[in-house]
Design a binder for this molecule. Structure first.
Ligand SMILES: Cc1cc2nc3c(=O)[nH]c(=O)nc-3n(C[C@H](O)[C@H](O)[C@H](O)COP(=O)(O)OP(=O)(O)OC[C@H]3O[C@@H](n4cnc5c(N)ncnc54)[C@H](O)[C@@H]3O)c2cc1C
Length: 480
């Protein structure tokens, strides 16, 4: 996909002119954000504290209560539940725990079959939880369609299908010819497709998170919002207890689950493994029946294209198209700030690519544009660990695919805090860590060089230059 004329074409400026600068999911009039829970004031005691009110934290708190309703659990969120990645993502809820089959095969070849089956079970359990708590979140198991827009991408889809067949996933994987994929979704650029009919659902992520929040509260979890934890320390004189300090108060606990995503981690060691990378999204106005018919998309799959710099897109319940990805922006020093949530050059590029993919939708406007930060790690899928003799555990590094995997990550967190070996704690994926990133300024330079190289690989039929091949050999990398 070329960027010729990006940002200068008047039709792009017109299409983006009225877009609101907030995430669509957090801005729906028929699904208002719940009132904030009070912030922590004074001192309190609990057995388990969960830090972070995104999907990882919510699933941790809920599953802790489900396993032991008598357990005293608090959840501390620095701002509002689901304000971060959890409430501003694409809403692809994937079964894969490894950011796709190919990445899983690269990292954990010996246990990929087991990880795939744990991932499918995890997705089934998410569906079951949504039904049990009657969470109204437009959860649709429509599968995911990977599309090729270049011949080399079609070849890589065939390789993924062959890998899936070796792992026994072939019953849900369908290779589609250009005609077949265009019969599903009509874009002149499609050359082939690989439809995973069972491995992904689409969801309204904010409503899912708010439903989980409700379920936590009903189960007796004490949630404190606007409560940033500033420090985690050993409590003086009371062996075994940990103090979490927030501006207005303190919690004394036996166990801590850190679910803080890409944000300044409370454990120093996590800084070496995490790269906060910004990803950006557009949402259109609802399509008319005629516009939707011109695209087809009757089976409402989530779609991803297959370049190194890829787009992901899907329909919302009210027939808008959510269109995101491609650029992955790292700011020097790993800076995260509300100012980075808007990036006009990226929005122009995304809009231009949207109309190149669906020229029949010329004239459609975008209603929302936003960005959010992703907890990228060098192996592109979550990692886990403990500190302070197993009393603190963490899960992070989903690299843009944590909507589904965060429930699994939460189970791992709870198993680690339990202190006994389990099926999950024995996994290689849980026992090993990604390769750490170098410090600044090498980190920033490395990310820029990698982005440039990936863009070049996309222009050169996927051929990877020396730098990318060296990264591949070192087990380091970068993805959107
Ligand atoms: C634009 C975008 C698109 C994405 N699209 C997809 C997608 O389609 N599918 C998919 O699977 N994934 C996607 N992701 C990733 C996905 O959103 C995350 O992997 C997922 O939400 C996991 O969330 P989390 O709970 O680990 O982190 P977050 O949602 O980031 O939550 C972490 C929370 O911790 C809180 N916190 C941090 N530090 C502290 C502290 N010291 N004290 C108190 N609270 C603290 C933060 O305020 C935040 O609320 C996307 C992400 C972005 C940004």
């Amino acid at each position: 996909m070329t960027d010729a004329g990006v940002g200068r074409r008047p039709e792009i400026a017109r299409a983006l002119a009225g877009a609101r600068t907030v995430p669509y999911w957090l801005d729906q009039s028929d699904a208002p954000r719940p009132e904030a829970q009070p912030s922590l004031t004074g001192r309190t005691i609990a057995e388990l504290a969960v830090v972070g009110g995104g999907f990882t934290g919510l699933w941790t708190a809920l599953q802790a209560k489900e396993a032991d309703p008598g357990r005293d659990v608090v959840l501390l969120e620095g701002r509002r539940v689901a304000w971060a990645g959890t409430g501003r993502n694409g809403g692809f809820c994937a079964a894969s725990l490894t950011h796709g089959l190919a990445n899983g095969h690269e990292r954990f070849p010996a246990e990929l079959g087991e990880l795939e089956s744990l991932g499918r079970r995890n997705l089934d359990d998410i569906a079951e939880t949504i039904a049990r708590y009657q969470i109204d979140c437009d959860f649709v198991r429509s599968g995911e369609l990977a599309v090729a827009t270049q011949p080399w991408q079609a070849e890589s889809l065939r390789e993924t299908a062959a890998l899936g067949a070796r792992l026994g996933s072939s019953s849900s994987l369908r290779l589609l010819t250009a005609d077949a994929v265009r019969a599903e979704i009509n874009s002149p650029g499609y050359l082939a497709g690989l439809w995973d009919t069972a491995g992904c659902a689409t969801v309204d992520p904010a409503r899912l998170a708010w439903g989980l929040r409700r379920a936590c509260l009903d189960a007796g979890v004490r949630i404190y919002e606007h409560t940033p934890v500033l420090a985690v320390s050993e409590e003086a004189g009371k062996s075994g207890r940990i103090a979490l300090t927030a501006p207005g108060g303190q919690v004394s606990v036996r166990r801590v689950a850190l679910a803080t995503g890409a944000f300044s981690p409370l454990l120093r060691r996590l800084r070496y493994y995490l790269l906060p990378v910004y990803d950006y999204v557009l949402v259109t106005e609802p399509l008319t029946a005629v516009q939707l018919a011109s695209v087809g998309w009757r089976r409402r799959q989530g779609v991803g294209d297959s370049a190194n710099q890829f787009h992901y897109y899907r329909l919302t319940a009210d027939n808008r198209i959510l269109w995101g990805g491609y650029d992955a922006i790292y700011y020097y020093g790993g800076a995260t700030s509300a100012g980075h949530d808007q990036r006009p050059a990226t929005f122009d590029r995304l809009a231009s690519h949207f109309f190149a993919t669906f020229p029949q939708l010329e004239g459609v406007s975008f209603s929302h544009k936003w960005g959010g930060v992703i907890d990228t790690c060098s192996r592109f899928c979550a990692f886990f660990g403990t500190a302070r003799a197993g009393r603190i555990a963490y899960a992070a590094g989903y690299t843009g695919l944590g909507v589904g995997a965060s429930r699994f990550g939460a189970r791992v967190l709870l198993d680690l805090l339990g202190g006994e070996p389990t099926e999950l704690t024995e996994l290689e994926m849980v026992r090993t860590k990604p390769v750490p990133f170098p410090p600044e300024p090498l980190r920033f330079a490395g990310v820029q060089l990698t982005r440039w190289s990936l863009a070049r690989a996309d222009e050169r039929e996927g051929r990877r230059n020396l730098w990318l091949r060296a990264l591949d050999r070192a087990g380091l990398g970068f993805d959107s």
